[in-house]
Design a protein around this ligand. Structure first.
Ligand SMILES: *Cc1c(COP(=O)(O)O)cnc(C)c1O
Length: 369
């Protein structure tokens, strides 16, 4: 591969002295779970998002799952989710035994289409989980207005969009609560698994603190049947080094995205991401569409360009959701996305000369399709 899809070592190389020092501080502390590093990271990340509270948990999926639990959502309830997302959004709902109600996305922003939400609301609906997919914020103003009208909770899935803005305000502080993932490939990635919930709701934050730690506030006194899902001290210490770099790294992603958008405008057959004028995306992924996606990906691989498909199987057609009985044709926009999307290399450590190679390879490949 001349240009790998994502450079995972670049962040370490850029921050090696600071990361090594944080690691040593953590090792010497003799305190590895629920200590000062996590407490401090939680405060720093809450401030970054513009939220009052942050609770560190084991991963992004658990951030969403524990939030739904803390709201008391379960069997007999319905939760609206986007048809086009990573399956974790759906799984979080399914864990609680609530019913997943998919709503189609806008075909150009790939995010929940607010115009379609009200038709999916029933007396059982409890929450809406918009996903800021590919780093692009969902239309939160419209979604919050619908939620207010129907008395629903809005839980943002902010796994892919740390730092993104909607009308100048950061995602993670736009809904009633938000789940974040620090999976290594995310914009704010840890060196292992990690996640967090942000919210202004003190009662919710408190419930999640209890849920993540075996249902206890006081060691060995268990109020409820909780879980073990905690952001650990090592990941917190390392994330504290990366967080101050996030805006700069997101800006580098935006530079590459703008370069791609300019170079690819007018390239026949290539559908580019659309950014609404109120949105400031953080380009977690740069996703294009082509009707001959598989051949396109093959040509790029031959040219040494690493690409991925996010995602090849829509959640409703995955084997995991076979029991729900969805058929091909039931969510055509999500199905079309799965058949045509392709993610090109993008990241804060992608070199300009490599981005140039991507542009040349894409222009060359498209001509042969
Ligand atoms: C990564 C991701 C998650 C889950 O995060 P993990 O930390 O991997 O559990 C949830 N939703 C979306 C949209 C994601 O991309």
């Amino acid at each position: 591969m001349k240009v790998p899809f994502l450079d995972f070592v670049g962040p370490y190389e850029e921050l090696k002295p600071e990361l090594d020092a944080a690691y040593e501080r953590f090792m010497r502390s003799g305190w590895y779970i629920l200590g000062k590093e996590t407490e401090t990271f939680e405060k720093e990340f809450a401030t970054y998002c513009g939220s009052k509270f942050c609770v560190g948990v084991g991963n992004g999926l658990e951030a969403l799952h524990l939030t739904l639990r803390a709201y008391g959502i379960g069997k007999g309830d319905e939760v609206i989710v986007p048809s086009n997302t990573y399956i974790a959004t759906w799984l979080a709902v399914s864990y609680t035994d609530a019913t997943v109600v998919p709503v189609e996305c806008d075909a150009h922003t790939y995010n929940l289409d607010p115009k379609l939400i009200e038709a999916a609301i029933t007396p059982r609906t409890k929450a809406i989980m918009p996903v800021h997919l590919y780093g692009q914020p969902a239309d939160m103003d419209s979604i919050m207005a619908i939620a207010a009208k129907h008395g629903l909770k809005v839980i943002e899935d902010n796994a892919q969009a740390q730092g993104a803005r909607c009308n100048g305000r950061r995602t993670g502080a736009l809904g009633h609560s938000a789940g974040h993932s620090f999976y290594p490939g995310k914009n704010l990635g840890a060196f292992g698994d990690g996640g967090a919930v942000t919210t202004d709701d003190e009662t919710l934050a408190d419930k999640i603190r209890v849920l993540r730690n075996y249902g206890s506030r006081k060691k060995y006194f268990n109020e409820i049947k909780g879980y073990n899902s905690r952001l650990d001290e090592m990941q917190s210490a390392l994330l504290r080094v990366k967080l101050p770099k996030l805006d700069e790294w997101n800006a580098r992603r935006a530079g590459i995205a703008n370069y791609y958008l300019n170079e690819f405008s007018g390239v026949a057959g290539l559908i580019l991401p659309h950014v609404p004028n109120w949105a400031e995306p953080v380009w977690h992924l740069f996703v294009v569409r082509h009707s001959k996606r598989d051949a396109f990906q093959q040509r790029l691989a031959e040219a040494g360009i690493g690409t991925l498909i996010h995602y090849p199987v829509p959640a409703h057609l995955s084997a995991a959701y076979q029991d729900a009985g969805w058929k091909r044709g039931s969510l055509p926009i999500a199905e079309n996305a799965a058949d045509t999307v392709l993610s090109l290399p993008i990241g804060p450590h992608l070199k300009l000369e490599d981005a140039r190679l991507v542009v040349e390879a894409v222009k060359g490949a498209v001509k042969t399709l």
